[in-house]
Design a binder for this molecule. Structure first.
Ligand code: NAD
Length: 286
C-alpha cells in the first residue's frame, strides 16, 4: 500500500503557479485576482474561504471576499457577481456553496461569466467538460486526476466506481474519468447493493459525506482508493468516507484524510485562477 500524498503534490503545484504568476506580472503587469462570495456564517464555509484566501496570498494573487448576511436577497448577490464580472482586476469568481435555501443556486452560478468561472460550475463549462472540450473543470475532481497522474495511475480501461453523484464532485469526476477512457459507474444514495459495485472497482472514488461508508469487505484487493469525503468525527478529528485503518492494507494506493484530495482542491483553484488571468491577459493584447 502506498499513500497518495496530495499535500506534497499540492505544494509543488502551488510553487509552479506562484512562479508563473510572477512571470505573468513581469510580462503584462497583470496580477491574478480571485473574488469569493460568502453568504451566511456556516463555520465550515468560513474555514474553506479562509484557506482559499491564504492560498491566494501564498501564490501572490489578489483576492477579495464579499461577505453577505444569511438573509441577503438573490438580486443583491447577482448585482455583486455582475460587478465582479465587469471588474478587470478579477479573473476568477467563486461562490462558496451551499447557499441559503431561499437562494436559487443554479441561477446564481449561471450569472458568473464563463471566463471567470474558476470552479467550473457554469453550465457552459459543465457542457464543455461533458463533450471533452477544454474549459474550467471543478477543482476537486481535477485535483484527483492530477494526483492519479502523478503516481502514473492511468484510468484507461479500468473500472472506476464513484460513490456520490453531486454536481461538484461525483458528476464531474465521472466525466473526467470517462474522458480518460475508464469504464465508469456512478453510485448514490438510491443505489441498491452499493458493495456489489464498489467491489468491482479498480479505482474507487468516494465523495458521499458519510463517515466509514466504505468498509474493508467493500473493496477489491489492490484497488486504488480515493477518499474525497471530509467529515468531522465526534472526537473532533477530520476523517473521510473510508474506514481507512481497515481498508488501507488491502489497497495498492489510498489517499489519506487530511492530506489527500483536500490540498489538491486548493491547488487547482489557484491553477484555474492563473489560467483565467493568462486568458484575460491574452484577450487584452488582442
Ligand atoms: P452532496 O451532499 O452534495 O452529495 C453527496 C452524494 O453522496 C449524493 O449524490 C448522495 O446521493 C451520495 N450519498 C450520500 N449518502 C450515501 C450513501 N449512504 N451511499 C451512497 N451514496 C450516498 O455532497 P458533496 O458536496 O458532493 O460532498 C461530498 C463529500 O465530499 C463531503 O464529505 C464533502 O465535505 C466532501 N468534499 C470534499 C472536497 C475536497 O476538497 N476534498 C470538496 C468538496 C466536497
Amino acid at each position: 500500500m502506498q499513500l497518495l500524498d496530495g499535500k506534497t503534490l499540492a505544494k509543488k503545484i502551488e510553487e509552479n503557479v506562484s512562479n508563473e504568476a510572477k512571470e505573468l506580472k513581469n510580462r503584462t503587469g497583470r496580477v491574478p485576482g480571485l473574488a469569493v462570495i460568502l453568504v451566511g456564517h456556516d463555520p465550515a464555509s468560513q474555514a474553506y474561504v479562509g484557506m482559499k484566501k491564504k492560498a491566494c496570498d501564498r501564490a501572490g494573487f489578489y483576492s477579495v471576499t464579499h461577505e453577505m448576511p444569511e438573509d441577503i436577497s438573490q438580486s443583491a448577490i447577482i448585482n455583486t457577481i455582475e460587478m465582479m464580472n465587469n471588474n478587470p482586476n478579477i479573473d476568477g469568481i467563486l461562490i462558496q456553496l451551499p447557499l441559503p435555501a431561499h437562494i436559487d443556486t443554479t441561477k446564481i452560478l449561471e450569472v458568473v461569466s464563463p471566463s471567470k468561472d474558476v470552479d467550473g460550475f457554469h453550465p457552459y463549462n459543465v457542457g464543455r467538460l461533458a463533450t471533452g472540450l477544454d474549459g474550467f473543470v471543478p477543482c476537486t475532481p481535477l485535483g484527483v486526476m492530477k494526483l492519479l497522474a502523478e503516481y502514473n495511475i492511468d484510468p484507461k480501461g479500468k473500472n472506476a466506481v464513484i460513490v456520490g453523484a453531486s454536481n461538484i464532485v461525483g458528476k464531474p469526476m465521472a466525466a473526467l474519468l470517462l474522458n480518460a477512457n475508464a469504464t465508469v459507474t456512478i453510485t448514490h444514495i438510491h443505489t441498491r447493493d452499493l458493495s456489489a459495485h464498489t467491489r468491482e472497482a479498480d479505482i474507487l472514488l468516494v465523495g458521499a459525506g458519510v463517515i466509514n461508508l466504505i468498509k474493508e469487505e467493500m473493496v477489491r484487493e489492490d484497488a486504488v482508493v480515493i477518499d474525497i469525503g471530509i467529515n468531522r468525527a465526534p472526537d473532533g478529528r477530520l476523517v473521510g468516507d473510508v474506514d481507512f485503518d481497515a481498508v488501507a492494507p488491502k489497497t495498492s494506493y489510498i489517499t489519506p484524510v487530511p492530506g489527500g484530495v483536500g490540498p489538491m482542491t486548493i491547488a487547482m483553484l489557484l491553477a484555474n485562477t492563473l489560467t483565467a488571468a493568462q486568458n484575460h491577459a491574452k484577450e487584452e493584447r488582442q
